[in-house]
Design a binder for this molecule. Sequence first.
Ligand code: BG6
Length: 485
Amino acid sequence: VPVEPFDLAIFGATGDLALGKLLPSLFHRWCDRQIPESSRIIAVARDELDDDAFRQLVRQRYLDGHERNLDEDSNWQAFAERLTYVPLNAADRDGSWDKLQDVFGTSENLRLFYLALPPSLYAPVSENLAHHALNVPGSRIVLEKPIGSNFHTAREINERVGAVFGEDAIFRIDHYLGKESVQNLLILRFGNFLFEPMWNATGIDHVQITVAESVGAGKRASYYDTAGALRDMVQNHLLQLMCLVAMEPPSDLGADTVRTEKLKILQALRPIGRAEITDKVIRAQYSSGAIKGVAVPGYQEELGSKSGTETFVSVKAEIDNWRWAGVPFYLRTGKRMSRRYSEIVIQFKPVPHDVVQADSGKIQPNRLIIRLQPDEAVRLMLMTKDPGPGGVRLRYVPLNLSYADTFEKDYPDAYERLLMAVIRGNLGLFMRRDEVEAAWRWTDRILQSWEDAQSPLQTYPAGTDGPTASALMLARDNREWFDEG
Ligand code: BG6
């Protein structure tokens, strides 16, 4: 279904996010006829380019990442015509804003500003948009995560951007919320009766959330080194996943109903102070190693300088409310791990009494495994009897829903979905101001405790599943990281 016609200005249009994600996503939506012909994409960046040079740049970058022949592709020609380039340093109030004003002209299309820029520019650029009267009524602004680098910078950004755009016109992206498998979490929980009665401290022993990557910091090392895994991944993606698993059933799926429930979880997160920081949070950095047999350098070699930044973090998070009392949520994420996968594992309580007394095998607790990527699946691990005579042999096997085997459709990538959601005004896929700030409060406390306790930085060889300390953190609780392979 086509969206309404829009004029989308992308600031930072020659950067990695714009060229690698946003423009390919828009092209795909164009090919699917979801973007009306009168829409325009206005690329803004400091480089002195013209429309043609910019179109070439987009084309080349697209071809680097996709197998598709664009030479005789009429879709590509038509899409490229929608692209206009405006050279402008948007942080400079006195820059040549008149060209941008001319391009927008008197167009009545929905007006969107996407800031694919470092967060320190969100406030000044918003203020410059207002100064040059570009924020006409109805216009919307899109901000990438991270919103700031701590609670104070996030609040300042929210205040200053909020002085120009109303909260309903601010779309704060956490691209995990645009993933098909993440959206399915709500349906899995609230479209089935089966799980909900057990979805609490009575039925669940603990939850694990893993977002593992095999890539290193790579080209983004200079940004990454100022952030680290806690700010880059946990503060946003992992906490958002945790909220969707832990929140109370909302009364409907309205944007604010859901966001209010997520906020309550963030507010109930137990702060991790100096005394328990080494037991509950592990920080580590990769050293050189090998991924699938290929040697890769360590983080500091990649960066070209010494660094104390963590590329891996695992946390024992606890939610202080009735539903989750005593149920830890173990979160872990890292770069240069053995492989790329994201998974949520809900481990249910063990059976209260073993009536089976099997000849071989041991009863294991049920697990619900929600595989988010790369091969989306939902698996419910059950105990069964190994068929055949000769006593009771137990087998732990999955009831398996694989997306690839079950659904024929290709579904849009997260950015495609999120861009269309901005145009449709569907705020439910974006973070509200109070969520971002609550997430930062908890994250800041960890950062502070690291500093106060001078928390050691562990190392792990690239291509492994993180440092031993992370396994020991669970072992102390008589648990282990579940790794299906
Ligand atoms: C981004 C982080 O938000 O998410 C990156 O800044 C990370 O460091 C990326 O690589 C992971 O996203 P995905 O969709 O590949 O899991």
